[in-house]
Structure formats: C-alpha cells, structure tokens
Unconditional design. Sequence first.
Length: 83
Amino acid sequence: MVEKEVLITFENGLHARPAAELVKLAKAFHSTIVLDNGKKKVNVKSVLSMMSSSIKQGETVRVKVEGDDEEEAMLSIVNFLKK
C-alpha cells in the first residue's frame, strides 16, 4: 500500500465534473483507491461515493492505493488532483 497527502486545488473542490473524471481515471487501474479526508473514506471508483464526498478546495486528503499497479495509479491520481 502507498499513501500520499494531496491538497485539493480545484476551484469548487471535487464537484461533479472533476469527480466524474477522477472516477474514470481510477477505473483504468486494478488497485483499490481511497481518498480519506479524516471524516470520510471514499472509494474513488464509485461515482456515488465521489459525488457525496463533499471534498472542498483547500482541503487536504490522504490518497491510499493498494494493488498490483499501485505506484502507477498513485502517480496518475496525484497528478490529476494537483492540476
């Protein structure tokens, strides 16, 4: 398992469009991918989980990735969240 903290910089947080894009990106990997904001753990491959996460701009989340392609998945997810 690999973990990394990331600051959310999207202007409106992880609202509908970036959340849907993140789910699409995450589904390309076999690994389990979770965002943990300290209050809630969110399955990144679930549109419903992402939409209900209420992750806002300026919030720090811990990205947790576990699986056979975890390093590649972590790099892609972190790069997406930092744009």
